[in-house]
Design a protein around this ligand. Structure first.
Ligand SMILES: NC(=O)c1ccc[n+]([C@@H]2O[C@H](COP(=O)([O-])OP(=O)(O)OC[C@H]3O[C@@H](n4cnc5c(N)ncnc54)[C@H](O)[C@@H]3O)[C@@H](O)[C@H]2O)c1
Length: 261
């Protein structure tokens, strides 16, 4: 797969944030398997150890909530690959938040800094580099929680809504320079992040029953949706939100979906 508007014969280049685990790691592997050189970015250097034996995938440690780190991340991709075609803004954190908790404000600020400001900063530094490379695509990883709200997660819900509308705004501002910006919004997916909300096995069972497709998604299914939006197959799609959620957000939520078994 190459970028929609590659202008040179260099292989396409991508950055994936939060590539140390879960959906980001799956997306980095898939983009690489489909012809991209990939800068795999994570706040945890240890989490990037898996890249060591992967030709075509290079590790870069950065905190997406930092403006300087985002600038350095994009500079590293340009230095190593000579171009930037695809930027996947996937890094995110989740945890329960309670309105009256002592740490409510601190938790809100940190979740917003990573999930919302991180998207702003990634676009701020990445979009000009993509435009200068001849155009390409940014995929923001949102969430069902950005279009609906979940209980006891007001900070996460707010951060993902902000990420989604930031992507729409960026789609408008960067279209003229050949940069498409879309959101891939996952529903419940088997990764470590669910533990951040301290999801118990009982919660997991209940959660699965409320997914119309009756199962959790996999990181690879999310990566497929990311790769689609990043690819020339999506060349007329910008400002869109692609739900990859097993039908979760199709529901009004008043009646539970028909269940198997
Ligand atoms: N798994 C789900 O059910 C689910 C559902 C909806 C949305 N999402 C979203 O998908 C994205 C990926 O989630 P996941 O389930 O793969 O999570 P994960 O916890 O498995 O992986 C997230 C990665 O991001 C990294 N990270 C965290 N903070 C960072 C920072 N400040 N800078 C750089 N890297 C950072 C972590 O170290 C980790 O390697 C997130 O944005 C998440 O909100 C996940």
């Amino acid at each position: 797969m190459t970028s929609a508007s590659s202008t040179s014969h260099d292989p396409a280049a991508a950055i994936v944030t939060g590539a140390g685990a879960g959906i980001g790691q799956a997306a980095a592997r898939m983009l690489n398997a489909r012809g991209h050189r990939v800068l795999a970015v994570d706040v945890s250097a240890d989490a990037l150890a898996w890249t060591a034996d992967q030709g075509g995938i290079e590790a870069f440690t950065a905190d997406v909530s930092s403006d300087d780190d985002n600038r350095a991340m994009v500079a590293a991709a340009l230095e190593r690959f000579g171009r930037l075609d695809v930027l996947v803004l996937n890094a995110g954190i989740a945890r329960r938040t309670h309105w009256e908790a002592d740490d409510a404000v601190e938790a809100y600020d940190r979740i917003m800094a990573v999930n919302a400001r991180g998207v702003v900063l990634g676009i701020r530094h990445g979009a000009p580099a993509i435009a200068e490379s001849g155009g390409g695509a940014i995929v923001v990883v949102g969430s069902t929680s950005g279009v609906r709200a979940d209980p006891e997660r007001f900070a996460y819900d707010a951060s993902k809504a902000a990420a989604i509308n930031t992507a729409r705004a960026a789609a408008l501002d960067w279209a003229v320079r050949g940069v498409r910006v879309n959101v891939m919004a996952p529903g419940p997916t088997m990764t470590a992040i669910l533990q951040g909300g301290r999801v118990t096995p009982e919660h997991l069972d209940e959660l699965t029953r409320n997914i119309p497709l009756q199962r959790m998604g996999t990181p690879e299914e999310q990566a497929e949706a990311i790769c689609f939006l990043a690819s020339p197959a999506a060349s007329f799609i910008t400002g869109a939100v692609l739900m990859c959620d097993g039908g979760v957000t199709a529901q009004a939520g008043i009646f539970p979906p028909p269940r198997s078994g």
